[in-house]
Design a protein around this ligand. Structure first.
Ligand code: KG4
Ligand code: ZN
Length: 338
């Protein structure tokens, strides 16, 4: 495989298949020229991602998605300088589809592979369209991860705090399941909360030290509250769905923001952002803007399609690794956890 990293503006094909979105994107001249995402709807009826079904769907989707991404970018596969692919973390069967496809493609084209860490890519999504100053603090909130990360000069990442159990997105999804909402429940809760009172119900906020997070207690607190209230009134959830959603969202978001405030106070960093699927949450976006005002710092949020799982962030992260001369090999393997 030829790694021609003397190219300062490489054309990178990005491929993402870590969970239930099959995605391909093209980075060219430092800009994203296409970002095709096929979200697998099949999991909705099961209340969560069914790993084996996800792998099968990725297999069906991967070639058409890559093909569309190349066409939309107006390039042929031979124009690509390197193929960047999510190596992990994620579901093994899902990762293997994108990763093995990438290896086969790279081998047949004699092009280099770039291994991309999915979590880092969510953070780098900030730099696709914006130019935050370094050091930059990022609250990464996805379905699988919750972390506060400091991004240093040259895109070096330092994790300042992580969740001890569930991720913020999981907390939204599990709360939604208790309310009978379809998966993923985060966007549903966000929508329903708009008509509700955020202070209607009080749920326990987890008490974690420093910049660590914990969400398992929130879920238990919601479960007990709902059990008590539905005992007296069978239709309680249905009749109070907006208030319940607004209060759950308020609990999770206030907790996230309190940790971000603590991180800003501890580090004195002047630019801050949120990334990952939960960064699409309208209340979190609004609260981030307020926090930035209060702390006199610059706030950044990647555009919506770069918050949820997408290959644009993989291609962009691939570009960073390309410049560092960091290439994968055909014997590398995927990883499910960090
Ligand atoms: O980053 P992502 O697309 O996939 C992972 O890498 O996990 O994040 C998915 C998570 C799900 O838990 C989903 O419920 C949550 O992001 N999410 C939201 C919203 N949109 C997506 N959570 C709250 N409000 C939203 N608007
Ligand atoms: Zn993700």
């Amino acid at each position: 495989m030829q790694a021609s990293n003397n190219n300062s503006q490489p054309v990178i094909l990005g491929i993402e298949s870590s969970c239930d979105d099959t995605s391909a994107a093209v980075l060219k001249e430092g800009k994203i020229h296409s970002n095709v995402v096929n979200t697998q709807e099949i999991h909705k009826i099961y209340g969560g991602v069914v790993p084996e079904m996800a792998s099968r769907k990725h297999q069906q989707n991967i070639i058409p998605v890559v093909d569309t991404a190349l066409k939309k970018a107006g390039i042929g596969i031979q124009d690509v300088d390197a193929i960047a692919c999510t190596q992990g973390p994620g579901l093994l069967g899902s990762l293997l589809v994108g990763y093995t496809f990438t290896k086969g493609l790279a081998l047949s084209l004699n092009k280099p592979i770039v291994n991309v860490d999915h979590i880092s890519a969510h953070i780098y999504a900030h730099f696709i369209e914006h130019n935050p100053s370094f050091p930059f603090l990022c609250l990464l909130v996805s379905g699988g991860h919750t972390q506060i990360v400091s991004v240093q000069e040259n895109y070096e990442l330092e994790v300042l705090g992580s969740t001890l159990d569930d991720a913020a997105g999981e907390a939204f999804d599990k709360a939604g399941k208790l309310l009978g909402l379809p998966y993923p429940a985060g966007p549903e809760i966000d929508k329903l909360a708009k008509q509700g009172n955020p202070l209607a119900f009080a749920f326990n906020t987890p008490n974690t030290k420093d910049l660590s997070f914990s969400f398992s207690g929130v879920k238990t607190s919601i479960l007990y509250t709902l059990q008590k209230l539905t005992q007296k009134d069978n239709d309680f959830i249905e009749n109070n769905i907006s208030d319940l959603c607004a209060s759950i969202q308020h609990t999770i978001v206030s907790y996230l923001i309190s940790k971000l405030r603590m991180a800003l106070q501890q580090t004195g960093v002047k630019s801050v952002g949120i990334a990952g699927g939960v960064a699409a949450n309208s209340y979190l976006r609004q609260q981030l803007a307020q926090l930035a005002d209060e702390m006199n710092v610059e706030a950044y949020i990647p555009k919506f399609e770069y918050c949820t799982d997408n290959a644009a962030m993989i291609a962009f992260a691939g570009g960073i690794a390309y410049h560092r001369n960091e290439f994968g090999t055909l014997t590398d393997t995927c990883f499910t956890r960090k």
